[in-house]
Structure formats: structure tokens, C-alpha cells
Design a protein around this ligand. Sequence first.
Ligand code: GRF
Length: 216
Amino acid sequence: MAKLKVGILISGRGSNMAALIQAAQAADYPAEIACVVSNREDAGGLEAARKAGVPTTVISHRGYPDRETFDRDVSASLEKHGVGLVALAGFMRIQSAWFPEHWAGRQINIHPSLLPAFPGLHVQRQALDAGVRLSGCTVHFVTPTLDSGPIIAQAAVPVLPGDTVETLSVRIQRQEHRLYPLVVRWFAEGRISIADGQVTVRDIPPGAALLFSPEP
Ligand code: GRF
């Protein structure tokens, strides 16, 4: 069966992108990374994608008159590569409403908190300031409202005494790199559906959409 083509949008170092590229190198993985698009030409992830033989495109948002015109060009680039799923991986551009509507049900994001807690920026700082004992990451469908689309899966980690933004970030990122490839696999296998804003993942073991990692 033809593999699902995934387009990844990045702005930075692209460690989640790299985790997806690595997962997709397995012969039995049901998705392939068709392209990586960055809005910044200095994004560190571009080099890693090129080394892995994944086509890369830089579309700088600078010089565009408005968000939607930029978004339409990004979308055209993804469509040129036959993309069936868009995976945001540290893409630091707020999208116009047009993009998530055009890709509704076909665009996912990974966020470094247990949403709906701590949307937006400085996420680990928010978690530490709130004094939560658990944090983690969330993969969700993208809707026009930032970090608030239907949740597909989450991974939880403890917040430990003495944690800093850096130590908590590292612990969460280890789980991101497990969770994102898993969700892309489920999507490619056609297991994920949305009804009334709620996601169902078919035929997975109970609890598999919540990973918990007690390791520090
Ligand atoms: C990740 O923490 C992700 O959750 C957030 O942006 C960060 C991207 O990191 N959306 P990387 O570029 O994948 O390393």
C-alpha cells in the first residue's frame, strides 16, 4: 500500500522532525516524509533533513504582505509534494484561519505541555511557576485557535524538585520524540477519527494514547 506522505513545518532545530524522519526510515513505517518546509533559512533542522535526503524548501515569511498569502504559498509547496498530513514541529508562525481550515483534520502539532494547561510560549516556565507535579507533551489537531485543537495523545513526565526550564524541557522532549512518530503512525494507519471535537483512536491497547514516563 502507498505510504502516507507527511510534510513537516519547522522554524528551528527540528529534533521532532528528526525523530519523524528516523521513524520513517523503518521499512514497515506506514508514512514517508515527503518534504520539510521552513520559514527561516537558518533553521538548524534543514541541514539534518537534507542529510537524510528529504526535500527541503525555505519560504521566508518576510516580504509577505499578510499571513494568508504566506500560508497559501506554504500550502502550495506541500501540495506539490502530495502531502496528506502536515506535522508542525517547532513552527513558530501563527497561521491565518485559512491554513488550518484548508488542512482541517490533516494537520497536527506537538506542544510541550499537557494541554489545555500552558498554551503559547515559555511553556516550561509556566509549568514551573504553576508548581504542577506533572507536565508532558500533547499531540493535537490544529484549529484556528492556537494550541487548542482536539487532543490525540499525551505523554506525561514528573516535575521534580530542583527542575529548571532546561531539565524539564529535556525530559519532555524525550517523550515528544516517542509520541510524535507514534501518532503519525496511527494517522497513517487510518485509526484516528474526530467527532464533535473528540478524537477516537481505534484498535490500540487501552491507555496507549497516554504515555507516562516516571524516569527523571
Ligand atoms: C518542541 O518542544 C515542540 O513541542 C514545540 O516546539 C519545540 C520544537 O523543538 N512545538 P524541535 O525544533 O522539534 O527540537
